[in-house]
Design a protein around this ligand. Structure first.
Ligand code: ATP
Ligand code: MG
Length: 305
């Protein structure tokens, strides 16, 4: 069962992130968890930072509003490239433009486009920042964060470190530039502010977010799990819960029997290796998990109702 009573240490509500490799069921679990918290009466937001979002599809919502209402207490928001650009623009755009335009002639709109497309992980970092601000505002009691497949999630964790490295170089580069109208001081201030933002975001991931890993009982997924946990540990990010999805429970045909047999080894390997985690199994369903009724079935299993 997914443990739903641990409150995060700072801010008002809980933030739960579902992570794992592509297609293992992160969005399905995130949607079912969001439905669960909303049905407990908590103002809940399911938010996706995936480039190809599927929350609206899974909840069968046509409404393009951001956030869009699913039902009482339950909202979804799918953050895309445009929103990220806007966030970056609001927070840093004019400051950094001020610096750049003192030595490069570039239009403001082109500049924002350029910056948000070129900087590594900038969009991921601002998504973390957006969710952190949401948390601080306390508008939602629970935020369920559905992430992109593994690669991008790890890139997201890498961002502050990468940014840190870039920033350490930057003052040396800037100090070599001759500025006619402005002193070097404001630039360093801006960089410091940015560095602080990275540190705050990393702190937030460490202390404010509860990670739930999702996997399936198959060779590649199990193999990759090890590496993912290792990388998360390197950043001091602790995973407490693990969902094993697509577990074959009905062995009433040769096909299913063979499949179940094959899964057995991987299930054993997972239980063996991750005995310190809360593990919950989600069976393989014979139908698409889409719409509130189907999601309720997933909720019942995940939360042992
Ligand atoms: N237990 C299950 N039984 C049957 N189908 C499932 C199960 N879990 C997920 N699915 C289906 O598998 C597909 C992928 O699931 P989902 O979108 O939740 O994965 P994801 O990890 O979010 O994928 P992505 O990495 O692409 O975002 C969906 O069509 C979903 O309905
Ligand atoms: Mg998904």
């Amino acid at each position: 069962m997914i443990n739903d009573n641990s409150q995060v240490s700072s801010g008002r509500g809980s933030i739960i992130m579902f992570a794992g490799k592509g297609g293992v069921g992160k969005t399905t679990c995130a949607a079912a968890a969001a439905l669960h918290y909303a049905s407990l009466g908590e103002q809940t937001l399911a938010i996706s930072t995936d480039a190809t979002p599927s929350l609206s599809h899974i909840f069968e919502i046509k409404d393009n509003k951001k956030p869009a209402r699913v039902k009482e207490s339950l909202y979804i928001n799918e953050l895309g490239a445009e929103e990220v650009k806007e966030m970056w623009d609001n927070k840093f755009g004019s400051d950094v433009y001020g610096v750049f335009s003192s030595f490069v002639s570039i239009d403001y709109a082109d500049f924002v486009e350029f910056m948000t497309s070129i900087l590594p992980g900038l969009s991921d970092e601002f998504m973390v920042d957006y969710i952190r601000e949401l948390h601080m505002k306390g508008e939602y009691e629970t935020v369920v964060w559905d992430t992109a497949p593994l690669g991008q999630t790890l890139a997201l964790l890498e961002t502050p470190t990468l940014l840190g490295k870039h920033l350490r170089m930057a003052p040396r580069i800037y100090s070599k530039l001759k500025f006619s109208q402005m002193s070097r001081e404001p630039i360093l201030d801006i960089l410091k502010r940015w560095e602080k933002l990275s540190a705050d975001n990393m702190d937030f991931l460490r202390n404010g977010v509860r990670f739930t890993m999702v996997t399936i009982p198959e060779a590649l997924a199990v193999e990759q799990l090890e590496g993912t946990f290792k990388e998360l540990n390197e950043y001091d990010l602790e995973v407490k819960q693990l969902v094993i999805n697509n577990v074959v429970k009905e062995e009433n045909s040769d096909f299913m029997l063979t499949k179940a047999k094959q899964q057995k080894n991987y299930l054993e390997a997972i239980y063996d290796r991750y005995s310190d985690l809360e593990i919950v199994e989600l069976p393989m369903f014979p139908y698409e998990l889409k719409g509130l009724d189907r999601l309720k079935e997933v909720e019942r299993i995940l939360f042992d109702l």
